[in-house]
Design a protein around this ligand. Structure first.
Ligand SMILES: NC(=O)c1ccc[n+]([C@@H]2O[C@H](COP(=O)([O-])OP(=O)(O)OC[C@H]3O[C@@H](n4cnc5c(N)ncnc54)[C@H](OP(=O)(O)O)[C@@H]3O)[C@@H](O)[C@H]2O)c1
Length: 333
């Protein structure tokens, strides 16, 4: 079937509030060498999209300015070096940008199969969170069976994925979240305990829950005053993994515990890494995590789905932080 020349996409008309979000018609992109063109069924909304909209997270040079880090859909065209047999494949893909559109280009190496129990829509919410969580919790954070982990933002897209994967890996899982309802949600998906950070001091609670020892790994997206408190909440040889700074990355710190407790402070971003590095994460996900999705022991949790044209409302919901899990955009043809 012939592809259309043009498509609908979302763009940011400048930087700022969700009001800068506009819908436009644009040419359908062409896949380059090693790439595929996906007819998008769904695109996940991720907090970094809000940061990009506000002007703080530009796409790497050469990537489209159109937002969107993950999509699901059907491969409808291929670039040089990609086997023609991939046309027609249902896939979920990590994309460097351009996901909020009817068609998106993805590197073939970053296109994973849709796990059988999941709908195309659900699969669209996997790539950005699963790549990020797997790499930061297990590769960087080196979380092992029997260890303890504290996951901040437990009810977020990232947090709800981290809780489930850490639990499946045999860890004891603690989470923080901003209300009693969010804490209950964290426990319902596998957290052994959840701390309402607005009502309790999480450092004191972690010390109490671990008998004074502290946790082995912390996954943090908040930063600011959390940084010192995280360092104080880590056990001997503990690892702090920083994946964002929703508050600030600039603080004054007492690093004495880093030395005395032999701590590791690390972190990463996903988007700027090379396709080859991301493909290595894809291989590990396929081998170690996709079987859990196939067995339905972990699952993406979709809070609400909007039409592509409703991206502005979807961003407003994300910034209200009222959601539990993922927010999705759906393409209706
Ligand atoms: N490094 C990477 O490669 C990478 C990749 C993807 C995402 N991320 C980061 O991971 C984080 C989660 O992403 P997501 O898409 O899952 O977002 P999300 O669902 O919107 O979750 C963010 C959560 O953080 C909490 N929060 C928001 N503002 C806060 C603040 N000022 N102080 C404390 N907590 C705050 C909210 O929960 P409460 O109501 O409980 O406060 C909110 O649910 C984001 O910061 C994102 O930038 C990093």
């Amino acid at each position: 079937m012939a592809l259309p020349q043009t498509m609908t996409q979302v763009r940011f008309n400048g930087y700022g509030s969700p009001d800068v979000i506009e819908i436009e018609t644009a040419p359908v992109p062409q896949p380059g060498s090693g790439q595929v063109l996906i007819e998008v069924a769904a695109a996940g909304i991720n907090r970094p999209d809000c940061l990009q909209r506000a002007g703080g997270y530009p796409p790497p040079p050469g990537a489209t300015e159109i937002p969107g880090l993950e999509v699901s859909g059907t491969i409808v065209a291929i670039g040089e070096g990609v086997p023609a047999s991939r046309i027609g494949e249902k896939t979920c893909a990590l994309v460097i940008s351009g996901g909020y559109a009817e068609y998106a280009v993805a590197d073939a190496a970053l296109c994973l199969p849709v796990p059988k129990p999941l709908s195309l829509l659900e699969a669209g919410g996997l790539p950005e969170t699963y790549y990020t969580v797997y790499d930061n919790v297990f590769t960087r954070g080196r979380l092992k069976k029997g260890e303890t982990i504290l996951i901040h933002g437990g009810s977020s897209g990232i947090g709800s994925t981290a809780i489930q994967l850490a639990k499946q890996a045999g860890a004891i899982v603690y989470a923080t979240a901003g209300s009693a309802e969010k804490c209950e949600f964290c426990r319902s998906i596998g957290a052994d305990e959840a701390i309402d950070y607005r009502a309790q001091d999480f450092t004191a609670e972690i010390k109490r829950l671990t008998g004074g020892k502290g946790v082995d790994v912390i996954l943090d997206m908040v930063g600011g005053p959390y940084i010192q408190r995280n360092i104080n909440a880590l056990a001997l040889e503990g690892r702090l993994v920083q994946i964002a700074f929703l508050q600030t990355s600039k603080v004054e710190l007492d690093l004495m515990n880093v030395m005395l407790r032999r701590l590791t402070v690390t972190g990463s971003t996903l988007r700027a890494r090379s396709v080859a590095l991301k493909a290595k994460i894809a291989e590990k996900l396929l081998k170690e995590v996709w079987p859990l999705l196939e067995a339905e022991t972990v699952r993406p949790i979709i809070h609400k789905t909007f039409l592509l044209e409703e991206a502005r409302t979807a961003h407003e919901l994300m910034e209200s932080s009222a959601h539990l899990g993922k927010i999705m955009l759906e393409v209706r043809r």
